[in-house]
Design a protein around this ligand. Sequence first.
Ligand code: PLP
Length: 851
Amino acid sequence: MTQRTAFTLTISPKIPARLDRLEELANNLWYSWDRATRALFSRLDPQLWGIVGHSPKAFLRRVNESALLQAAEDLTFLGHYNSVLSAYDSYHSEPSRHQTIKGLNVRDQVAYFCFEFGFHESLPVYSGGLGILAGDHCKAASDLCLPFVAVGLLYRQGYFFQTIDGHGNQQPVYCDSDFEDLPVKPVLHDDGSEVRISVQFPGRIVTVKVWRAQIGHVSLYLLDTDLPDNSEHDRLITHQLYGGNNTMRIEQEIILGVGGVAALREMDIKPTIWHSNEGHAAFMMLARALELVRQGLDFASATEAVAVNTIFTTHTAVPAGHDHFPEDMMHHYFQEIYHELKISREEFMALGHTSNNHDFNMTALAIRMSRMHNGVSRIHRDVSANICRDLWPQIEPEENPIDYVTNGVHVPTFLAQEWVDLFDRRLGPQWRNKQQDPEFWSGIHNIPDHIFWSVRQSLKSQMFYGIRARLTEQNLRNHGSEAHLDRLLRFADPINPNILTLGFARRFATYKRAKLLFRDLDWLRKLLLDPERPVLLIFAGKAHPADLPGQELIRHIYHIADMPEFRGHILLVEGYDLRLARRLVSGVDVWLNNPIYPLEASGTSGMKAGINGTLNLSILDGWWGEGYDGKNGWGIKPVSENLEASLRDAEEGRAFYEILQDQVIPLYYDHGKFGYSVEWVNMAKHSMTSLLPQYGTRRMVGEYIQKFYTLASRQGAGYSQDNFAIAKDIAAWKARINAAWNGVSVRRLDIPSKQLEFGNALHFKLAVKLNGLQPEDVVVELLLSRQYNKVKLNQFQNFRLECTGIIEPNEHQFELNHIPELCGRQQYYLRVYPYHPLLTHPLEMGKMVWL
Ligand SMILES: *Cc1c(COP(=O)(O)O)cnc(C)c1O
């Protein structure tokens, strides 16, 4: 071929004046949960809408002028446009911020940092659960008019798009985003110049450009190093999400943490509450401490000042899932910073120290530099408390300061349009503001069964259309025949969707045990292939490109789905993303989840399913350990953790088969005279009424506000007064405790009684050696609970002993008269721990002396 040059030229459509606010709609991720807005774009040119992957902004840059001109004259289009705008305007004119939230001050603002954010497929800067949760957190913050900004990275390639070849191999496809097609804009100074900041790296400066995405009321600032000012290496820092090696990862985390703080300062945003979602952003805490040291504080006081208004949320139940970096790498990137912090290398490295690894651990750093920490479900609280137990070495994990807030999902994003329409008609549009009202949701039971069922079936049909399109494309690319495709799609029939359909879609990590259902293929055959009661099983999910066992799982499923007898009964759909997730969770009948207990921190896809009337069949782990009420789906009790893995798989796999065989399949196919199962509909309704009020992000963000944000606001204000007087006091007090604690001891002076008649008092008398501390520096405490055999009948009750005098110069006497309220055998303990009323958590020092 002859040499030729391809010139490019972009022609932008001119938007007719009547439609000029389409731009605004395309630049606000409000459309990610308002389907009417998305439908508005789509109706301008449905084909183009599909081609641009549902991105309003990419769409507006390419739509034909004629389509716009026509729409500007089309009354039905204009009607749709105006109704979208009026909803948009009324959402954005909600009562001005601050007023609605109890416990926050006018000046309060939350800064929320995360490595990934998932709002919609048109902004590909997420990989999965963590990002979508962060996106949902922002959406709910906007719904609640919470003063809130978010900080993340703008990845050129985001995560990968997944294809699966004709041998079941995952083939990642990477695509550069054109940022002009994304719903983001550069942040500008008043003079119109772009906001840039500089981040100091060893021997060089990395320039960072700041972009803004608008999510309703909330701004998300995204940092980007792909600039001509930077070296080739540095341009690639924000290239890929979870790509590259450890060096890439630490550099990304420095940009997010250190660059994120600098960006907020540059834009004159003054957060009073700081939230690190996962440990990737924990350098943010060091960056803030450095600011205070530069103002003259010592590092210990700066740490107290930073930590009291910082929240850290951990999402991982596997210790290896926490980021960590070798010490010499930390030294390389942070030696200048720790010199400036005026601490030694050892003191610096100690911030990330854990007992089982020499590396610098980001979770450890985040916990040491925040005072509010949480897991993401009740079970995950205990798991995290255990993983992090060494950070409070003398405290039992049950008591250490890790709390929990169970995850939720943004209901308007994940509730299918059919339900939205039905709720509008049957329950009234006020359902949007009644999201947490269980009483209100019981109204779902008044929806006639046949209407409820027809919505469910229609959602299943739509899902079948969607996966047929994906599988057709997949088959074509892999050179499959028409006949093969027909056989594959024979049960996924949108015209007759009356086949029991089970869905399993999530990241293919081994602990999620996607293979559990294939343990006994003969049994599975019996379950799926019954011609009277056929079952369809749909799989989707990505494995990280470096996770070879995860990719092996995909191959395994592919090969089983390809066995002649299973063909059509088991489908593996490629490219799991938000769009496919929305379809699957609302379209299938049953959502499966069978992780190895207790490794599912929370899980959120099951919530998305449950609110759409899809029934969960899941191990009682993560959120389902709380969400399952015995009637809203099926729960499998995990067998003992101490059993060998293969035995656990065998037991729990059998439970899965049994529940499917004895309960799920008969219940679904108990069609009776109506053509559907009345009992199934009842259960699905109950699933919605029990889960909708509880598992939305409104409840979740509400809990973050009540438990943490208001506390952070109050403490942050207190600690910073008078040039951080309290922060300095607390740091000095802690230093005193640390120096003295090893010499603190306790002995008992009274003679313990073993029997007591109800109504009589117990008298406790202890002698405590305080090793120079004052009596008010400690709490001396009785812990009492009632026991029957080894079963605790109630939680421990705590009673404080009072200091009643000095026995000898260095030994104080503490006493308590206590009349027990309960009869029966009691168990009690006596202990001493350091205490200061201005601590965030009474046991935050992690020190305790037991008698
Ligand atoms: C909800 C969601 C997830 C997370 O679901 P889990 O139950 O936590 O696995 C992952 N990916 C996508 C695309 C989702 O929508």
